[in-house]
Design a protein around this ligand. Structure first.
Ligand code: 5RP
Length: 244
């Protein structure tokens, strides 16, 4: 499966494959979104096919749902699943405390709901996503279409009182039109350069009327598996991961 891959895909593949080794028979899983997470869906489907592994997955996007279904992974709703055993997802950035910026693919809302409903979260990434301090990647904030400009202006004011390096806000576009999430909302990308207090910013952003959710994942991730193009993986763990 891995011989013809680009070095970037090889790194994503080995991280995804290692993460899937933590999946046990009968688990209910959160299935992340993005190019790295799609490798996880493929590796998981291979285990389902070859080993007869029985799992149920809650996808975090329509894109992931389509791929998982196509590859024969059983899909259920989060309502039917209740609490999940494990979520495996990609990330745009992670720091040494395993806090994350997510939402580059626009799925941060479902991703945060699913991660919050999971006993454990494993993030898969390559080393480029590792940062000393979060904020190099623009922070996605999902906002209702109603009053979008008003919410943007409130966020602009809020940023003046936050410990951030910069405060440029752009509406995410696809060509000439705004990007619309699976939930029918818009994304504001916050160009902050660096975030001094991710916990505080996460809480403050979600107080702004019209903000549905933001891409800071503080305290969700239990392990980051970093894949390399040479086929090796490194595991960064926050605490005991005994349940896995
Ligand atoms: C989607 C996400 C993705 O996990 C994140 O953007 C990383 O994607 P990729 O694996 O393609 O680099 O948060 O909302």
């Amino acid at each position: 499966m891995s011989s013809d891959l680009s070095s970037s895909d090889q790194a994503k593949f080995v991280a995804a494959k290692r993460a899937c080794e933590f999946v046990k028979d009968g688990m209910k899983l959160g299935l992340g979104t993005g190019s790295t997470a799609s490798w996880m869906v493929r590796c998981l489907a291979e285990r389902v096919d070859k080993e007869g592994l029985r799992v149920k997955g809650v996808p975090t996007s329509i894109q992931t749902s389509n791929l998982a279904e196509e590859l024969g992974i059983e899909i259920i709703t989060l309502g039917a699943a209740g609490q999940l055993d494990l979520t495996i997802d990609g990330t745009d950035e992670f720091d040494q405390d395993l806090n994350l910026i997510k939402g580059g693919g626009g799925a941060l809302l479902r991703e945060k709901i699913v991660a919050s409903a999971s006993d454990k979260m494993i993030v898969i990434a390559d080393d480029d996503k590792n940062v000393e301090r979060l904020g190099r990647f623009p922070l996605p904030v999902e906002v209702l279409g109603f009053g979008l400009k008003s919410s943007q202006s409130l966020i602009q004011t809020l940023l003046e009182s936050q410990d951030v390096g910069s405060n440029i806000i752009k509406t995410r576009m696809v060509g000439e039109v705004p990007f619309v999430t699976d939930e029918g909302n818009y994304i504001l990308d916050l160009y902050l350069d660096q975030i001094g207090d991710a916990d505080m910013l996460n809480l403050a952003l979600n107080q702004v009327p019209g903000v549905v959710e933001n891409g800071l994942f503080v305290g969700h991730c239990d392990m980051v598996i970093v894949g390399s193009s040479d086929g090796t993986v490194k595991e960064k763990i926050k605490g005991p991961i005994s349940k896995l």
